[in-house]
Design a protein around this ligand. Structure first.
Ligand SMILES: C[S@@+](CC[C@H](N)C(=O)[O-])C[C@H]1O[C@@H](n2cnc3c(N)ncnc32)[C@H](O)[C@@H]1O
Length: 282
């Protein structure tokens, strides 16, 4: 069994060694190399562990945030059927550059992936402000993107399945505001409807990428995914956003992953899960 020494990564010399006392005597002109004070993870463990415990014990947003992140990490590393891949395991991604705001890192990875996979037709389920729609259209000059959202605020009262994030997305209406009036808008078609009842048939078999980012309940994850798989072109790809956040989506994708070949993978350090009929991993 591994000892705590082996489990804790070392931030200084990579050997995981415990801190050594600094023995500089008054006669020494300068410390010898092995006497230079070193800080390892062992040195900072009491501060980190104590600080984390205090933060979680104290009521308030900081403690909740820490718990949320711990929970997300626990989920991504315990997922029964989704393999985790690092961004650098995606063949050729290093050479791709994309432009976009840094606040949504996942959008940058999504844009780079869509560019890498040479996607020309994209269907997005869940437009909201159109941040992802704009980024994709902006970075892939020959793409056409169809993006589906509900027709108005009132639609939230008549959903086919379980709606998530009602408080966040249904207080005001600015669907597509990010791309409205930009040159990219000419290559973005806004569609309206509930994805649970929308007629996807005109797009069947035609989409190089389907990006699912609407309601993240189990029931909508299942319904949107079943529609997405129908939309895919022969080398098509499905990307799910928020895989690490929502329990329904997490549960559904882990069920589905057991039945799909090639497998669905999760890109570490993002919220994205990906299924692609193209060869895209090393
Ligand atoms: C997370 S936001 C989308 C963010 C956007 N994809 C982006 O990355 O910029 C979710 C959006 O999905 C929409 N939505 C939720 N359930 C839906 C459904 N069943 N059909 C269509 N749109 C839905 C909401 O109105 C909201 O605008």
């Amino acid at each position: 069994m591994a000892t705590a020494d082996q489990l804790l990564p070392d931030v200084t010399d990579g050997k995981g060694s415990k801190p050594q006392p600094n023995r500089i005597t008054p006669g020494d002109k300068q410390p010898r190399a092995h006497e230079i004070p070193r800080v390892t993870n062992w040195s900072i463990l009491p501060t980190v562990a104590g600080g984390a415990a205090r933060r979680m014990a104290r009521p308030g947003p900081e403690g909740r945030l820490l718990l949320k992140h711990l929970w997300i990490e626990a989920k991504r590393h315990s997922a029964p059927n989704l393999r985790n891949v690092r961004v650098d395991e995606i063949s050729g991604l290093k050479e791709i550059t994309v432009t976009g705001g840094v606040s949504r890192y996942c959008h940058l990875v999504l844009g780079a992936l869509a560019k890498l996979l040479a996607c020309r037709t994209i269907f997005e389920i869940g437009t909201y402000r159109g941040e992802a729609s704009w980024l994709l259209a902006h970075n892939i000059p020959d793409v056409h993107l169809w993006t589906l959202d509900l027709p108005d605020l009132e639609a939230a009262d008549h959903m086919t399945f379980e709606l998530t994030d009602r408080d966040e997305y249904f207080t005001h209406w600015e669907r597509g505001a990010r791309y409205a009036g930009t040159p990219e808008a000419a290559r973005i078609t806004q569609l309206f409807g509930d994805s649970g009842t929308f007629d996807f048939s005109p797009y069947k078999g035609k989409m190089d990428l389907v990006y699912i980012d609407a309601s993240h309940s189990y029931s909508y994850a299942k319904s949107d995914t079943e529609a997405a798989l129908q939309l895919l072109s022969p080398g098509g790809t499905v990307v799910w956003d928020d895989y690490t956040y929502y329990p329904g989506l997490f549960a559904y994708l882990n069920e589905l992953a057991a039945t799909l070949e090639p497998p669905i993978v999760h890109i570490l350090d993002t919220r994205l899960a990906v299924y692609s009929r193209k060869r895209w991993l090393r």
